[in-house]
Design a protein around this ligand. Structure first.
Ligand SMILES: Cc1ncc(COP(=O)(O)O)c(C=O)c1O
Length: 425
């Protein structure tokens, strides 16, 4: 007898996460000997700072389950870190540790009622997470002319569609996929709308230290602490995505939420791996050497973003200049007619064309809640050997175009391929 399991309808429509899928596709092509330019996957290329690696080695014997909330010393260190770097006054009992911020966002969404709003474009995984919860995401379409940043008016208009309901906004700052960074004034203006419209903010701050601004980073916690849940972790600024450690911080007045979340954690993953939490303690202990390492990595990210921005705009693509994270969001709208003549109408077809013809992996804008007919794609800027690049920078090489040509040559190669292709259209 053949027996087919019946599935939860909330997950039958799910596909593998677009970012992980493109990574597998690019890796498989590379394994088959193809010279793929991997603009598809946003993983930090830099090594994990030695102080964190040492803490992990020194704690491999830690085998006991840790408290559901997380290692108490780690939670305290997280509070101090955020006070010292961002002037946040986090509530210690609201700090929870999880296996990646992705999981913490999911768990938070699971606990919260009401619609979930995101500016579009926004990160690929928010939508599927909301779908698993049996809801659909409500994208707020932003404008390229405003660097794809959501305005207070756009947020307010979206809120008005749900009168009387609690609303949830997920905002990633700096942003994946555009590299946009909201200023303090912009956050303050959005916070005003959130207060007025009863909006809970999930402030995804996974890239907060990968930012290229001269001014200090300002987040929702600075302007709207009572309504802001922060998620962050080791994956981007600390280059330790595979460690799988994320943090969630909820305000004091959210004690019911925190209690519910703790129960969820205790009934699902129990607690994060103990050795990893001890390593994270080193990662969240403020020290100059570590902060300098994070800053140097960020400067190389900045150089890569600036270089790609210059090349993309000079070949006729529209593209806001990134101010943080490690992505750009160029669009091929200026080439729409030429692509149409080739039968390429949707951005997914465009991405496939770039992969098939140029072996360049990118993600289509439709994975980020934009219309399929809009020819925007996400480019990740990290296809280079971060260890070699960091060593070169530390040994005094200046961050200029010759640095790119030597240490990030695949970025140049990708641009050269794209430029030649666009000229041939
Ligand atoms: C915008 C954004 N948020 C959250 C995450 C999740 O990071 P992690 O689960 O590794 O902490 C990522 C990872 O790519 C991301 O780009």
């Amino acid at each position: 007898m053949s027996f087919k399991p019946q599935l939860n309808p909330n997950i039958t429509g799910l596909k593998e996460s677009a970012t992980l899928a493109i990574n597998l596709q690019a890796k498989a092509a590379r394994a088959a000997g193809k010279d793929v330019i991997h603009f598809g996957f946003g993983q930090s290329p830099f090594p994990v700072h030695e102080s964190i690696q040492k803490a992990l080695r020194d704690n491999s014997h830690q085998k006991d389950y840790l408290p559901t909330r997380g290692l108490p010393e780690l939670c305290k260190a997280v509070v101090n870190w955020h006070k010292s770097l961002f002037d946040y006054d986090l509530h210690l009992d609201g700090v929870l540790v999880g296996p990646g911020s992705k999981e913490m966002i999911f768990q938070a969404l699971y606990c919260l009622e009401g619609p979930v709003l995101v500016p579009a474009p926004s990160w690929v995984s928010y939508g599927p997470q909301v779908n698993i919860r049996g809801k659909i995401i409500e994208p707020i379409i932003t404008k390229r002319g405003n660097f794809y940043k959501m305005t207070p008016e756009e947020l307010e208009a979206a809120c008005l569609k749900f009168p009387g309901e609690q609303k949830n906004l997920i905002l990633n700052n700096p942003a994946n996929p555009t590299g946009a960074l909201y200023s303090s004034e912009e956050i303050e203006a959005l916070a005003k709308v959130c207060k007025k419209q009863n909006v809970i903010v999930i402030s995804d701050e996974i890239y907060s230290l990968v930012n290229f601004a001269s001014k200090p980073y300002v987040g929702f916690h600075n302007h709207y602490p009572e309504g802001t849940i922060i998620t962050t972790g080791l994956s981007k600024s600390h280059g330790a995505g595979g460690y799988r450690l994320g943090i969630l911080s909820a305000p004091k007045n959210f004690s019911e939420f925190t209690k519910a979340l703790c129960s969820m954690i205790s009934e699902t993953f129990s607690a994060v791996s103990a050795p990893i939490q001890y390593a994270a303690l080193a990662a969240y202990t403020v020290n100059d050497d570590l902060l300098n390492h994070i800053k140097q990595c960020s400067e190389i990210h900045n150089l890569a973003g600036e270089y790609l921005h210059k090349r993309f705009t000079s070949m006729g693509l529209n593209c806001p200049k990134p101010e943080g994270a490690f992505y750009l969001f160029p669009d091929f709208e200026n080439f729409k007619d030429k692509f149409k003549a080739k039968g390429i109408i949707e951005c997914a077809e465009l991405s496939q064309e770039l992969f098939d013809k140029l072996l360049i992996a990118v993600l289509p804008g439709s994975d980020f809640y934009l219309d399929e007919s809009y020819l925007g794609v996400r480019v990740a800027t990290v296809d280079y050997d971060g260890e070699a690049a960091l060593q070169a920078f530390q040994s005094g090489k200046s961050l200029d175009e010759s640095f790119i040509n030597t240490y990030c040559s695949r970025l140049k190669e990708g641009c050269d391929r794209l430029e030649t292709y666009l000229k041939s259209l």
